[in-house]
Design a binder for this molecule. Sequence first.
Ligand code: NAD
Length: 313
Amino acid sequence: MDITIIGAGAMGSLFGSLLAQSGENVFLMDIWKDHVSAINSQGLAVEFDGKTSRVDIPASSNMQDTRESDLVIIFVKSTQTKQAAVQALKCLNNKGVVLTLQNGMGNADKIAQVVHPDKVIAGTTSHGATMLGPGLIRHAGTGPTLIGMWSGKNNAGLENIKNVFCNAGIDTKIEDNIHLIIWKKLIINVGINAITALTGIKNGRILDSPPTGELVRTAVKEACDVALAHGVKLQDDIAEQVFDVAKATGPNRSSMGQDADHKRLTEIDAINGAIVSLAQKKGIHVPVNQTLTALVQTLQENYNPEYQTGQKK
Ligand code: NAD
């Protein structure tokens, strides 16, 4: 399968390396020039379980340099989804489809404004990866990947993509209701990300203090009310699931925490900010999510100006 990955950071490089190692024809596109030239000169280095392997994958930072593809995977941060969707459109062959496994709400809709909605696949992944430096990533954790057609209409290519992923060691399942799956992942991020980004704590610490736990519960309850108003019923014990994830990832900083630590733009607008926007459409008050969103926006707006584009590593 001809696969282009737009956004070859931690996750794009991880998926690219797994798919290339299983024999797929992978092309990486990323605007970070040092990373791209390291991949092209030495191969992409992937650290896993203390061992480092190198994978040869062609990469480019020139956005005119496209390859016709059966599948384009978008793995930029949600702040860059629109630009990546425009790029994806240039890479698709006649039957080609676009997949997003990004965090947050709104990515698939943004892609579907640029690419035909019946060609958009959305999903979530429990794989984790960390960018260690140009040409070097760490595969931090594994878990299931869930995919489904965003429009709900069948696409013959979906089963093929699942098989290609499974063959590459990416345990993948097709979900009929991918909107629900994305809401569930969003709720986890709503509960953990902004609070850890603002306070500097590791994920596990949200369990340690009653006021922090209460804040998580209220943010999650608001998000569940908004989901219900939009026709999505989440399980009653979803807050407990958020605490379970925080416990399982206890020693880690959330991705938003890491972005704040490195003074990069965060995905706040697609996470707590998405709850605020969706709440406004239904006339619902979400004061905790509104406050968390405003505080993270304030934090990132006051980074040193050289970091404001989010490109400084
Ligand atoms: P990352 O910052 O490591 O990678 C994003 C890459 O996109 C960067 O290398 C950047 O240079 C590149 N980029 C930015 N704008 C671009 C553009 N216009 N065209 C091409 N490339 C561009 O981020 P990540 O951790 O790989 O996360 C990507 C997405 O996956 C996010 O939505 C994140 O929430 C989600 N996610 C991450 C993890 C994880 O463990 N890292 C796990 C699950 C989901």
